[in-house]
Design a protein around this ligand. Sequence first.
Ligand code: ADP
Ligand code: ADP
Ligand code: MG
Length: 645
Amino acid sequence: MFDKILIANRGEIACRVIDTARRLGVETVAVFSDADRGARHVAMADDAVHIGGPQPSESYLRGDTIIAAAQATGAQAIHPGYGFLSENPGFVEAVEAAGLVFIGPSADAIRSMGLKDAAKALMDKAGVPVVPGYHGADQSDALLADEASKIGFPVLIKAVAGGGGKGMRKVDAPGEFADALASARSEAQTAFGNPDVLIEKFIASPRHIEVQVFGDGTRAVHLFERDCSLQRRHQKVIEEAPAPGMTDDMRAAMGDAAVRAAEAIGYAGAGTVEFIVDGTEGLRPDGFWFMEMNTRLQVEHPVTEAVTGVDLVEWQLRVASGDGLPARQDEITLTGHSFEARLYAEDVPAGFLPATGRLAHLAFAPGCRAETGVRTGDEISPFYDPMIAKIVTHGPTRAIALGKLRAALRDTQVAGTVTNLSFLAALAAHDGFARGEVDTGLIARDIGRLSVAPEPGAGDVALAALAAAGLMEPGPMTGFTLWGGFRRQILLEHAGAVIVAEIEIDGCEARVWTKEETVQLHRDGSGWRLEGRRAPAVACTGDLVTVFSGAGHGFKVPDPLAVLSAGAVVGNVVEAPMPGLVKAVFVAGGESVVAGQKLAIIEAMKMEHTLVAPRDGVVEACFVTEGAQVEAGAAVIALEDEEAS
Ligand code: ADP
Ligand code: ADP
Ligand code: MG
């Protein structure tokens, strides 16, 4: 076994590798970019080397710098993680030329699977079923169109150098072929610098089922399958092992084919053979075809670990350090069922737009395996994949593992950025998915229902108001019963709108009301109770309050002085609470406003005070303009008499 390894990656996978290395007594060296100075993987490693700027091309993709870091720190081997340099044969050769060990397959093995057309030809020869189609060298338009017709529509055009779903086009009819070909080629040229394509039969009701393999350079074993059919735009969202509906016959056939694929290229280390499966008539031993092989550890490897009890990173380190395969095929067993959900900082209703932000609060459900590279306080930066964590559950049956996934998602707490948590929760609760009816089109078919952004309920608003007023935790001496007669107005902002909440507390009872609704809460020794149940947890960080019901609802708490200013109302007139500069005026005479709506901002002592409408009404007059200086008590805006409006 090695004494010391360097991990040429970041985020959750770097942390994941460090965990196992530590367990095996192997020292670790992390590398980091400017954006990752305080990152979790840097803190976890025994040593860390700065390798450059925040862009991957300035740091995590700089093979020479990384190799120099390994040499300078005395690391004997480099673990590439996934992504970045993990499938780069030139890097493998450079690592070996520097006298270091690459923890993964040989450069030749990576090369033979690097292009989909060559890989398919190779697999065909090795007796592995490949998707019917054309993967030849002749790339002329006429020939490709002709081949597409021979295969029969619909067909899929794929970039031979493709990955991540890029350069892929489904074509339903001959008339659409020429345009689709042109756009697939141009996307492939831009993304991969290689315009070549292959054509495949489009499998109806496709399922993505992949087999985990492990080789020692000569022999290989498989560790069963994973089903990764829950995809959006060809990206995996929830993965599971084993595949729902898998039969012994088909598992044996797929396992054999995957082992044949790995042995055909003298594969060493962990790899994944991806198959496309025709789900229309159930799973049959002759109904799967080779798509591609990923010559690295896969993002979704934990579900395989959960059902086999194997630590795949341990196996990687053992095989790379010269041990034989740690287990024979008949020693590898499958127990229970496992799910993984990928938690991302992304805006699902906006079309899965990647998001950024500081994680004001991050906590996972006790008992689930959460693989993460970030902690409370860390930043999701725009430079890297916005994955926050992988949430992994295991149970004796699929139903139990799925129930545990739903519970784990319910108890996941993220504040400070939008996430796909409610989308994951909706997927985990999807009827068809629960029945195991998965195919790659499931998400797209139900996207409307799955991507609804849940609105906070009245109870959530009430809790946020209590938290903003500092009433979540009893003081160490006072307790709550001393709050007889407490009454206060709180402003909250949610989704750009201001909510005015009034709080009244008497002993252990709280009443919180807004324009729309009144909520009654009761306090006992363990905290607030709402509708007879324990209220959801709340995190307060800076000016952000997050109520963890559903997928979490974030509220901004405007400056406390702005809260006061809402009360600076005399009759129908909203006054300036202090002397200052009018920064903004949002309304004009004659305009209708609703309670809580922003009227104007006054800046004083470098702080902004937002004046809001004390009630619904119509603006009678606006007495100030932007840039004006006002005195304390100066009239800013007058509303028409309530009867008049
Ligand atoms: P597949 O390639 O079949 O989609 P995965 O879902 O495991 O397999 O990974 C998606 C792609 O994105 C892979 O090429 C992987 O290496 C890359 N990738 C995923 N997450 C990250 C990350 N956090 N950093 C860098 N690369 C990543
Ligand atoms: P990438 O390298 O981008 O991961 P893949 O060849 O692995 O490309 O395909 C990605 C996804 O596209 C698959 O997981 C599957 O959902 C879909 N797909 C690929 N080939 C086919 C096919 N022949 N028929 C139907 N769907 C397919
Ligand atoms: Mg793939």
